[in-house]
Every structure is written in C-alpha cells, then in structure tokens.
Design a protein around this ligand. Structure first.
Ligand code: SF4
Length: 298
C-alpha cells in the first residue's frame, strides 16, 4: 500500500506587527523584515483560498494570526470565520493558530467549529530564553495543555536550526511526547539578515536526523514538514518521507511563498506516494485514522 501524505494549508489571516521578540520570526515588529502587515482578512477571501486549495486535496486548513495571544476580539473573529467556512465546506479539518490561549477561549473556538489548535513549543525549555525574552516556554506548554482540556486536537512542534544542541532537541521531543500531539509541525530555520539569529541553513543530513529523531519520540504523530522544506531539501525531497514525514504544507507559508500545489502533487506522485483523501462531512482527525491525544496517553 502506498504511504499516504496528509495535506495541510495555511491562511495568514492577520499578519505582522507582533510585539513579541521571537528571534526566528519575521512577524515580530522588533525586526525590519518587511513582511505584510494587516489585521483580519475578509472571510470571503479566506473561503476562496480554502476552496482553491481543496481542489488539490487539502484536508487541514489552519487560520493563523500573528501576536502574542487569543484576546476577545481575535477569538470572536476566528469563531465567526470558522462558522462561515464550515457552512461552505464540511469536509475540512479546521485548525486555529493564535498564540497563547486560555481554556474558555479555546472552548469557544471548539464550539464554533475549530477542530484543532496549533501552538508550537518551538524549542526546549532550557534553550527558550535564548530565542525569546517576552514570554516563557512554560506559557507555551500551558496553552497546549489548555487545547487538550478544551477537547481540541493538538498540533505542536518546533523549529530546528536556531543554534540549539542535540540535547535541546531531545529535551523538546520529550516535552512533546508528554503532550502527545496528533500532529507535529517540523520547521527548519530560514536564514534572514533582518533576524538576530545568525545560523546557516541546516544541511540535509542534519535535517534528516531531526526528522528521524522526531519519529522515534513521537511514533503516533503525523510529522508535518513546514517552513524550510524547500530551502533545506531543494528539489530532492524523497528522503524526508522515508525518514518519517507524512504531512506537508500545501501552498504558501506564513510569510514566504511555497511551491505551487500542482508541483507538490506531481512530486508526491513521482515518489510513489498518495494523498489522504477528504471524506464527506468528516472534519475530525479520528475520521482519518489519527489517534487523538487522550488515546495516545493511555
Ligand atoms: S509570538 Fe508568534 S507571531 Fe509573535 S514573534 Fe513570536 S512566533 Fe512570531
């Protein structure tokens, strides 16, 4: 049987101008990265993007906002957006990624049709203060726990190549294993002269080791390759899939352009991989054979 790849896409529904100082992030207002700044994309535009990507087989659709967390206004916007999207498209797994969030707001998102929450731990607890000074790793962990308590699916991962050592990577993976996310986004740092981190692009060999290690620590999670895929792997991406990747981001990333969806689909086909098909009326991951975190913990 062919290995099936889950296709997930991102809509950056509110971009740039973040007051936090995460030193790998182009959306921080502290760095002059020139990313687009806007608040709250029109629902019609977001629905158009989702419908377009669905034509290529996208199943997961993530609504991302910049900024530290989910305040009342943002929560209302995402909730109403989720309702409008689900009205138009039923076979879609909706994810929200809005930073730090408390339990009540996450419950409100769940009620509005959000299926999963994405909040990355990014790196290990002991390395975090070297990449961010405006919030703590513990806050990130707490939000992930809140998402699970709100009965949302949890999507949580990190970014490799920030200058952390293998000990930090293992520490991150152990923390993620505690949370048992259904999906772990794996990002590789993309060097940018406007950012304070001065690390070089990671080598393919090291990136594959990060993927293999993630698979070892999180055997039940979907490992999704996100930012840095094209920069690190270039044209030859086959080895990522044999090392454990089983989901990709289709279309554009948050602030950088991705491959064209058609090109990615051709690539998957040429590697002998098939894609997870959307199922009519099914949005929850259980419908796609994924274990939810609570089951994984037992
Ligand atoms: S809080 Fe999120 S959007 Fe803001 S700088 Fe950090 S990673 Fe970027």
């Amino acid at each position: 049987m062919k290995k099936e790849i889950f296709l997930c896409s991102i809509s950056n529904v509110s971009s740039g101008g973040c007051s936090e100082d995460c030193s790998y992030c182009t959306q921080s207002a502290k760095y002059d990265t020139g990313v687009a700044r806007y608040k709250y994309k029109e629902p019609a535009q977001v629905i158009k993007e989702a419908k377009e990507l669905k034509k290529y087989g996208m199943v997961g659709f993530c609504l991302v906002t910049s900024g530290r967390g989910l305040d009342d206004k943002k929560c209302e916007y995402i909730s109403s957006l989720a309702k409008e999207i689900k009205k138009e498209i039923s076979d879609i797994h909706l994810i929200a990624c809005c930073g730090r969030a408390d339990l009540d707001k996450l419950k409100a998102l769940k009620q509005s049709g959000i299926d999963s929450y994405n909040h990355n731990l990014e790196t290990s607890q002991s390395f975090f203060s070297q990449i961010c000074t405006t919030h703590t790793w513990e806050e990130r962990f707490e939000t992930c726990e809140n998402a699970l308590r709100a009965d949302l699916g949890l999507c949580s991962g990190g970014i490799f190549g920030l200058g952390e050592g293998w000990n930090h990577r293992i520490e991150l993976l152990k923390a993620l294993r505690e949370l048992s996310p259904h999906s772990m986004p794996i990002n590789f740092f993309i060097p940018n002269p406007a950012l304070p981190i001065k690390q070089k692009k990671m080598s393919v060999e090291e990136a594959l080791e990060c993927i293999t290690l993630s698979r070892e620590y999180l055997p039940n999670a979907r490992l999704m390759i996100a930012g840095g895929r094209e920069v690190v792997f270039g044209e030859d991406q086959k080895s990522m899939f044999s090392s454990g990747i089983d989901a990709i981001v289709l279309g554009n990333y948050l602030t950088t352009a991705g491959e064209s969806p058609k090109r990615d689909l051709d690539m998957l086909e040429s590697y002998g991989l098939s894609i997870v098909e959307a199922k009519k009326g099914v949005s929850m991951l259980e419908g796609y054979g994924l274990k939810v975190a609570k089951e994984c913990r037992e």
